[in-house]
Design a protein. Structure first.
Length: 226
């Protein structure tokens, strides 16, 4: 008998590393509004996302939605692919930094583009985020998006969320706009929640994207989180 054959062996490193955490969401919305601008020209959208997060905080994610473009009839879908890291910086403070690739299969011309972004969060209820691209919206011009937001719990099932964002599309001040949104969210039966969001943009957004995509609108959504 070999020496030590009757002794239990410690688990290998591969056996003790926690498996990645899987999370995601499925959403049905009356209008896909992104940074104040409708991506479906006011039509409904079905959306789904999946995220794998390792124990160290690194993650990869994929998210998709149908879209509609009045300028490109061949554009019907959007997929957002990202890789990043999120974790605590100090008590009450956390950060999420990522590289995000926007992909539009079937578009008549190359509409894909990449954005580098980060979000700083305080107590999970206040946040400041920024995203930079050398070809914002696939335009070939630089763009910088900034956003501040806050979450206000109103009990175990209700909360409000408020966001103010600004997008500068190259150095020209005329190619910049502001948008705001206010959401009321009801987690009526976990993991399901209902969300109603009022969106508004300034006049420069109307000029850049048209009144049918910008301006004021109300969006309703049903979402399941897992």
């Amino acid at each position: 008998m070999a020496v030590g054959a009757g002794l239990s062996c410690p688990p290998s490193r591969a056996e003790i590393v926690p498996a990645p955490t899987v999370s995601g969401s499925v959403t049905l919305t009356s209008d896909y509004v992104w940074r104040g601008i409708s991506q479906t020209a006011g039509d409904p959208a079905a959306q789904a996302g999946l995220r794998l997060t390792g124990h160290s905080g690194f993650y990869v994610s994929a998210w998709g939605s149908n879209v509609r473009s009045t300028a490109d009839p061949d554009l019907h879908s959007e997929f957002d692919l990202s890789a990043g890291w999120s974790g605590a910086l100090a008590d009450d403070w956390a950060i999420d930094a990522s590289v995000l690739r926007y992909v539009y299969p079937g578009a008549a011309s190359s509409a894909d583009w990449t954005e580098i972004g980060a979000t700083l969060t305080w107590k999970n209820d206040r946040w400041l985020s920024a995203g930079y691209s050398s070809s914002a919206l696939g335009s070939g011009h630089r763009g910088l998006y900034t956003q501040v937001g806050a979450r206000f719990p109103l009990g175990p099932r209700f909360r409000l969320e408020a966001v103010l964002g600004g997008y500068r599309l190259d150095r020209d001040r005329d190619n910049a706009y502001l948008h705001g949104q206010l959401s009321a969210i009801w987690t009526f039966h976990a993991p399901f929640e209902l969300r109603v969001t009022a969106h508004v943009t300034d006049g420069r957004a109307d000029r850049l994207f048209g009144e049918d995509l910008a301006g004021s609108r109300v969006e309703g959504a049903l979402q399941a989180n897992f």
